[in-house]
Design a protein around this ligand. Structure first.
Ligand SMILES: [Zn+2]
Length: 227
């Protein structure tokens, strides 16, 4: 009898812990067990809502393939393979703990895409964050992480003609809170970060320069001034 109560107590504590985690990190729970959140497997490492049309499934498989190609092309292969959880409806995206963003990387092992982010640009942007952190032992300034993700994804909103103006060399936000504040005031901070990364890559031999920088940082060198 006593044992039973102890067992029941353990179950209650465990349920509270798991429930608490799920409450604090619904997106962590949802990307770890998409099936628990009513999602279904659409392709390799790719999950979405039940009842999709064949065309919707093809759209997701196509964007996942293209996004993986963009990341692999830039990095010369992928060391990460984040699970993709994609939602066609706000109801689905709310359920997995999403917010107002187009897409988001979750704990560096999964990527969630909202109904506003169902394309290869957003998917490969978030996958670039995951790939960089898989390869990196430490940290980089947030603006570099974001600028690189824009370059890897080839995001036309921030590259090309947006990079024609010369870089004024002013500091870009180094921390995540500073970045989020700047980006909520002006989305073109993505462009300033991406153009700086893009110019630096062009002047230093392209994507291999990013791999070399990662090596140097992993050997303990400080983040350099990029030029
Ligand atoms: Zn980003």
């Amino acid at each position: 009898m006593r044992l039973r109560w102890i067992a029941a107590g353990i179950v209650v504590v465990l349920a509270a812990l798991v429930g608490g985690l799920a409450f604090a990190y619904p997106s962590a729970a949802a990307t770890t067990c998409p099936g628990c959140y009513g999602l279904t497997r659409v392709g390799d490492g790719l999950w979405s809502e039940r009842g999709l049309t064949a065309a919707q499934q093809d759209q997701l498989i196509g964007l996942a393939t293209e996004a993986r190609r963009r990341v692999g092309d830039f990095y010369g292969g992928r060391e990460s393979d984040p699970r993709l959880v994609a939602c066609f409806t706000d109801d689905c995206y709310d359920r997995v703990g999403g917010g107002g963003e187009k897409g988001i990387a979750v704990l560096n092992r999964a990527v969630m895409l909202s109904p506003r982010g169902l394309d290869a640009v957003i998917a490969s942007h978030e996958m670039s964050h995951v790939e960089l952190h898989q390869r990196l032992d430490g940290d980089v300034p947030q603006w570099f992480d974001e600028g690189l993700a824009v370059v890897v994804s080839g995001d036309p909103r921030y590259l090309g003609e947006h990079c024609r103006r010369p870089d004024d060399g002013t500091a870009l936000p180094a921390t995540l809170p500073a970045w989020l504040e700047a980006a909520s005031a002006d989305q073109q901070v993505y462009s300033r970060a991406a153009c700086r990364v893009s110019r630096w890559l062009d002047a230093n031999g392209g994507p291999p320069a990013a791999l070399e920088l990662i090596d140097r940082l992993n050997r303990g060198e400080p983040f350099p001034a990029l030029r």
